[in-house]
Design a protein around this ligand. Structure first.
Ligand SMILES: [Zn+2]
Length: 332
């Protein structure tokens, strides 16, 4: 059992009550049987973290170190953990699943009835170290840098959504929102051979992602709202073609979440609405292949790399949509 341990405490962000967090030193966690201690190289900040810290989240239990987008280096193997050697560079799939329930057996471990998500149900990557089950780690290609590899998590969620949409080459897809998720969906859908339109009202983002407003009567085979906005869902249904599929990809704020779809519209047009939440482990392997091969470019999406100590300012940037992807360096 190799050990890379240098000290006993680490910098970490802890949320003890919704709406605030504290930064300070915490004991470095110890990996139990089958677990691995990972020294975090880069942790990605996403809109879900903003929601989780400032408004709460269905899957959050407190107190918690957030952070579900993590890449790093294996620092210590717990008892019986043998798959990755100390020093190995890894992507950490944020899920911990039972492997026995119907969802797990169907390959949808993200829907496991005992799902424990890193940064939600157990401590995550807004810290110098994180503990994860060894089966959740995927070794990184030597050529894939940490700042690219950390996109494996958000890209995995996009791949899951596109799988569920049953998008095929030559079909038209409309993606609402030109933020990091919308842009990853766009690039992946284009790689799959689809004809992609990003619907983005913000002038600055319109230019960056080649987005535009919808045309009157324009229809898409697949519509994906990549913004947590009831208006985007309404527009996405309006622009859904006959036999079209709408993917409920972005969670909605509680006050906007209960909008009913027009079931007669679905009935007469034989349309499908399908949810997508998170990703399975295998999506991580696919995402890392797409990133490492250059099939889906990611590096230009990083607008800020900030020390973990700047988290509050980073959350403001996300809240005000003044950024694309923010990467946090937990050492600082
Ligand atoms: Zn399960």
């Amino acid at each position: 059992m190799g050990v890379e341990r240098m000290k006993n405490s680490m910098k970490a962000v802890t949320v003890s009550a919704i709406g605030s967090f504290v930064q300070g030193e915490r004991d470095i966690p110890r990996p139990k049987a089958g677990e691995v201690l990972v020294r975090v190289a880069v942790t990605g900040l996403c809109r879900t973290d903003l929601k989780l810290i400032r408004s709460g989240h269905r899957d959050l239990s407190l107190p918690r170190i957030p952070g579900e987008e993590v890449v790093g280096v294996v620092a210590e193997n717990g008892p019986g953990a043998v798959r990755h050697s100390v020093g190995a560079r890894v992507y950490v799939y944020p899920g911990e699943w039972c492997g026995r329930c119907p969802a797990c057996r169907s390959g949808a471990e993200n829907l496991c009835r005992e799902m424990r998500i890193m940064g939600f149900h157990r401590d995550g990557g807004f810290a110098e170290y994180v503990v994860a089950p060894e089966k959740s780690l995927i070794a990184l290609d030597d050529t894939c840098g940490f700042h690219d590899a950390v996109f494996a998590e958000p890209l995995s969620c996009c791949i899951n959504a596109l799988e569920l949409s049953r998008l095929s080459a030559g079909e038209r897809i409309g993606i609402w929102g030109g933020g990091p998720a919308g842009t990853l969906l766009k690039r992946t859908a284009r790689y799959m051979g689809a004809d992609v339109v990003v619907i983005e009202p913000d002038g600055g983002r319109q230019e960056r992602v080649g987005g535009r407003e919808t045309a009157a009567g324009e229809l898409f085979d697949v519509c994906i709202p990549a913004v947590g906005d009831g208006e985007a869902y309404r527009a996405a249904l309006e622009h859904l073609a006959p036999r079209g599929r709408l993917v409920a990809f972005s969670g909605l704020p509680a006050h906007a979440a209960c909008r009913a779809a027009d079931y007669n519209h679905l009935h007469y047009h034989e349309q499908t609405v399908v949810g997508a939440y998170g990703c399975a482990l295998r999506h991580g392997a696919t995402a890392l292949e797409l990133i490492a091969s250059g099939a889906v470019a990611v590096s230009d999406l990083v607008s800020h790399t900030l020390p973990l100590s700047a988290l509050d300012a980073a959350l403001d940037l996300v809240a005000e949509r003044r950024c694309m992807k923010i990467h946090l360096d937990p050492k600082e």
